[in-house]
Design a protein around this ligand. Sequence first.
Ligand SMILES: Cc1cc2nc3c(=O)[nH]c(=O)nc-3n(C[C@H](O)[C@H](O)[C@H](O)COP(=O)(O)O)c2cc1C
Length: 356
Amino acid sequence: MAGNTFGEAFRVTSAGESHGPAIMAIVDGCPAGIELNEEMFRNDMDRRRPGQSEFTTQRKEADEVQIMSGVYRGETTGTPIGLIIPSTDQRSKDYSDVALSYRPSHADYTYDAKYGRRDPSGGGRSSARITSAAVAAGVIAKRIIAPTVTTGYVHTIKDIEADIPLEVTEAIVEQSAIRCPDPIASERMEALIRETRKNRDSVGGIVECIVDNMPVGLGEPIFDKLEALLGYAMLGIPAAKGFEIGSGFTGRLEYGSDHNDPFTLEDGKIVTTSNKSGGVQGGISNGMPLVFRVAFKPTATIGKEQQTVNNQGQLDTIAPAGRHDPCVLPRAVPIVEAMAACVLADLTLRDRASRI
Ligand SMILES: Cc1cc2nc3c(=O)[nH]c(=O)nc-3n(C[C@H](O)[C@H](O)[C@H](O)COP(=O)(O)O)c2cc1C
């Protein structure tokens, strides 16, 4: 299976399956001299880990990151950084039904059809457990891109849309159990997820991410445009089905005269008075905040009985047991931030080769 490495100058490779002994990440290309210790992974890993609230799967994982290489006396050395995230709460027997029958809209059928074999426990390699590697790599990437900051939050759950405050910080987002910075919408979303879980069903939604303190000049035309790499990174997250930046799909509704972002000067700096470009023009960051959204589908695994086909090619029904997220959005927030940070770290390092 190929496609497990991401990035050019800042390269992240992940390995591991949902119910294997550990998830692993190798981060290559991280410059020497960055302060890094295991404690620095704690916050983001806690925000992603399962079992963190009633709105996530009840699988309990500490998700403690162990640094195996690339760090000496609390600083990166420039050599590959090897990370291990041990798994402790595997219950493979929960998955005996999905070993034989394909969960609708999950990866069971396509993995079997392509490779002729698969580890069914917890979804194996297709499980969101592998995103722990991305979040760990993202912690390192965030240190490379500082003071640029990625802030993700839940924007929409099903048809409930949040009213996003002008200023959103991680501290504000974390006040909500589902990471929605609008307290009224958050309550309604929580009630919907509770009800959905009770009905053995699932819901999807939209994560929005703002990147502040952006430098001008990140992004490589033509194929490696900043928005193209962001879209690629986001659509690599399990269950992500849509990506838009700036005005995205709604830009089509306006005339160019309304849609253009007029340039002006602020303290001698070129800025724009609106930001429908979402901070990117010609594939290159223009210094305005990046604003993008990622749509996630309702979780595929639901306890309700559904029609399917088994691996003997016979019609079947399935109502999987096991522990699942009734809505992936709250846990997807730190994953979106981490993948954005990895793209930006990669482009920051590549940008150093762009002119003498
Ligand atoms: C944070 C997060 C948690 C997830 N939890 C589950 C889950 O509990 N059950 C499930 O069926 N899918 C879950 N998924 C999604 C599946 O991994 C994904 O739908 C599956 O691999 C099929 O891939 P696709 O949806 O991208 O086509 C989760 C995704 C994310 C981002």
